[in-house]
Design a protein around this ligand. Sequence first.
Ligand SMILES: Nc1ncnc2c1ncn2[C@@H]1O[C@H](COP(=O)(O)OP(=O)(O)OP(=O)(O)O)[C@@H](O)[C@H]1O
Ligand SMILES: [Mg+2]
Length: 329
Amino acid sequence: MNAIEIRNLRRVYRATIGTLRRHIREVVALDGISLEVRPGELFGLLGPNGAGKTTTVKILTTLLIPTGGQASILGFDVVGQADRVRPRIGFIFGGERGLYWRLSACDNLRYFADLYHMDPDRSRRRIDELLELVGLLGREDEKVEGYSRGMRQRLHVARALLHDPEVLFLDEPTMGLDPVGARELRQVIRDLKGQGKTIFLTTHYMFEADALCDRIAVINHGRIVALDTPERLKGYVRDLRVIELEVFGIAPPVIDQVRALPTVDAVSVEDFEQKQILLVQSPQGSELIPEILRLLDTARVGKVVVREPTLEDAYVRLVGGDRGLAQVD
Ligand SMILES: Nc1ncnc2c1ncn2[C@@H]1O[C@H](COP(=O)(O)OP(=O)(O)OP(=O)(O)O)[C@@H](O)[C@H]1O
Ligand SMILES: [Mg+2]
């Protein structure tokens, strides 16, 4: 049996806009996605802002009803059997509050254990195990208000694991953490996989998905545009070269002209204060440069480099230049 199964899942949000002439605008957040996650798998859902990641996690954790399609966790339907799903899952949403800052880590966990009516003997042992797992042992009696963001996020993970769920959902768990905090949390996530947990993680860091996940689904505008192992995803761009051109002011029609060149596969633009970087993906490398320069106003071109593609380029190719990405580490 699969740990998670999603069949043609849809979610449409209806937002009322306007004050005098009110009308309803529909946002298709999930446009029929399907995927399966095996028990013990660490699965990543990767996509730019607004792609539908949080919506997916909310439906899977029974917090939101889908507009269409089905989803089940360990064989239980997230809508019709939500009561059977809830005890088997744990979740954390990025930037979430929900810890008592004036209490210690230990007291926070005891409080939530009481709330879940856990047997006191069992919860005491469980809390010790969890503090060890998330690397807070030795600091467990200090107040949470004195913790770093990374420590707090690890405490959130411990809280989500109190009832020993089989499946764990992490929505952008490293968001807002510094590189050290993020690295420590990633280690906790690996250890959890080592314990046999199924983990469903969302991120918009390609690099993080690559470092952690067994398989990655790339989602864009509510649709899955690729689903594969990180290695195979990298294979999508192995045949390509990336030409990076530093430009000082480029008109959108010119970008379209570059995009329309016969051997060009994808074009994206990164904006900086004074300049832009035009990234052109093509199976051709330096041979293509004269053709590109012919389209640009050469007086406004700075450095030009040809390089090997990265996994991030694979992502750019998949989401069509919608570069909602940042690089960490
Ligand atoms: N409550 C809501 N009402 C209306 N539209 C919404 C609501 N929640 C999300 N949306 C829209 O649904 C789409 C998907 O949003 P979602 O939060 O799932 O994206 P995401 O991939 O988690 O993005 P991010 O990386 O920014 O967290 C977006 O277009 C968003 O604006
Ligand atoms: Mg989100």
